[in-house]
Design a protein around this ligand. Structure first.
Ligand SMILES: C[S@@+](CC[C@H](N)C(=O)[O-])C[C@H]1O[C@@H](n2cnc3c(N)ncnc32)[C@H](O)[C@@H]1O
Length: 178
């Protein structure tokens, strides 16, 4: 399944760290890439590209001006759009995840402080990771983990310079020669 994350509503100056974390979670939890809609500090993009260089990919990082154009392009190629929101169908009590799994291409949208009202209509599914307010980072991680049933945690990243050998004590990092 091809999954791309769309981050909306980034506030320059305020959301730098959390928008970086949205990107890190997207990569680590199995998405193919992240698109930031609107304006974002170049350092967010640089940080994510450095992580891909060091820890591997593939993982695409893009910035595009209009979320409407991004969503419309995605739908034209047969993809579905999932908007994560506390107001949506509860992922635990509904069959929304099963419906989403029927698609081969999923765009997952997470917002910042407040998202545009039209998003609730543009999305094919509005999904709540519980109907309580929390965080886009937590919502994205839980959603992707459930979508991929935990298998994304075993993913082997390509082209990495460093790799961790899991251990019960200390840090075991291996340098990979090209
Ligand atoms: C600071 S929250 C804003 C909460 C917002 N009022 C909402 O609709 O979920 C920022 C983002 O976190 C995500 N989020 C927060 N709580 C969520 C929840 N319970 N379920 C799904 N997504 C959530 C949404 O993507 C939201 O746009």
């Amino acid at each position: 399944m091809e999954v791309v994350v769309l981050r909306m509503g980034h506030r320059v100056g305020r959301d730098k760290r959390i928008s970086t974390h949205v990107g890190l979670v997207a990569r680590a939890f199995g998405a193919r890439g992240i698109i930031y809609a609107g304006t974002i500090e170049p350092s967010v993009i640089e940080t994510l590209k450095k992580v891909v260089e060091t820890w591997g990919g593939p993982f695409i990082v893009e910035v595009k001006p209009s979320y409407k154009a991004i969503i419309s392009e995605w739908k034209k190629t047969g993809g579905i759009v999932v908007h994560l929101t506390m107001y949506g169908e509860n992922i635990e009590s509904s069959d929304v995840l099963e419906k989403i799994r029927n698609s081969g291409k999923v765009m997952v949208i997470v917002g910042a402080e407040k998202v545009s009202a039209d998003l609730y209509e543009l999305a094919d599914f509005n999904v709540a990771i519980g109907n309580q307010p929390h965080s886009e980072v937590a919502a994205l991680a839980v959603f992707l983990d459930r979508l991929f049933k935990g298998e994304e945690l075993l993913k082997e990243f390509e082209g990495a310079r460093l790799k961790i050998n899991p251990s019960s004590r200390g840090k075991h990092v291996v340098k990979i020669d090209e």
